[in-house]
Design a protein around this ligand. Sequence first.
Ligand SMILES: Nc1nc2c(ncn2[C@@H]2O[C@H](COP(=O)(O)OP(=O)(O)OP(=O)(O)O)[C@@H](O)[C@H]2O)c(=O)[nH]1
Length: 316
Amino acid sequence: MPYADLLKPESSQQTLLKWQKTVDLMAKIFSAPAAFVVQKKEDGFAVMIASNQEENPYPAGGFIPQETNIFCKHVVANNRNLYEQNASANYQWDDNPEVADDGFESYLGVPIHWPNGKSFGTLCVMDFKPTNYNASLVEFIEHLRDMLEDDLVMIERYSKIKAIAMQDPLTEVLNRRATEILGEHKRDIVLKLGGAIYCIFLDLDGFKPINDSYGHKIGDQVLQSLAEALRATSGEDDIIGRYGGDEFLAIVQRDNEEEVNDFIFQSEANFYQALKEKKLPKCGFSAGFAKSDNKFESMASLFARADKHMYQKKMT
Ligand SMILES: Nc1nc2c(ncn2[C@@H]2O[C@H](COP(=O)(O)OP(=O)(O)OP(=O)(O)O)[C@@H](O)[C@H]2O)c(=O)[nH]1
């Protein structure tokens, strides 16, 4: 499982339940057989939430390709409300499968936006019979849409705050605490499946003289280059973190020590390449590792064992 999955806000599950309730209530208040939140995707439209009535023919999870002439497509394209009261009387919908195949007559939809103003999709209600909603009902659906948009703002802010809390601001890899928590999570899963987890500890060699001779700004760029090299070497399941100062961590699932050494060699090659490309002073690192085979060992203890191995290597 990519560890980035853990960055997804827990609140999104709660939001989905709230949105489901909103859509179900909306269908009730409009006395309609179907209501939806439809999300605009790159190549079409996904039914994200569907009111749970038996007569609703479109369940959540359905997908409509971009070229299909559905009502929501027009709401998104024009970025404005669409109210079609009697679709079969309007030739524009002759090739709309919602009308032609499933017999819908009425559609009221409003656009939903992401916090940056881009289109998220639609909130809509559909009926098999012609309708004549009054202005208050239109106002009501717009108000519900505003509340959904507020949720999107909250989710985005929450994700940003969470990312900031987990990230090392200089190098944008995980900070030590987040590496510990996500490392523990990954270790538990991998050990359960019978795999092997290694913690690699890396420490720059002769970094202090670089700071002293070239200044902190250049020192920062060297640190960023190592983080970049580790990211370039790692797969999406690997965890990369900054332990502190000029020390970094990688928590990787590998079959044997040879594969761990391959990771270190590749990281070294990527690091030299990055320094060369950015015309930064030459710098190397020492690396050691420790295998995790006990789910009761703390991450701090695992890091300490890997650090000890690194130190032995630095001294030789
Ligand atoms: N530019 C910069 N320097 C930092 C940062 N954090 C820690 N340092 C410096 O990193 C250095 C770490 O010290 P050492 O581990 O002794 O450096 P070293 O010269 O690599 O020592 P060896 O590992 O024995 O080779 C110190 O000079 C810190 O000031 C940072 O965020 N930016």
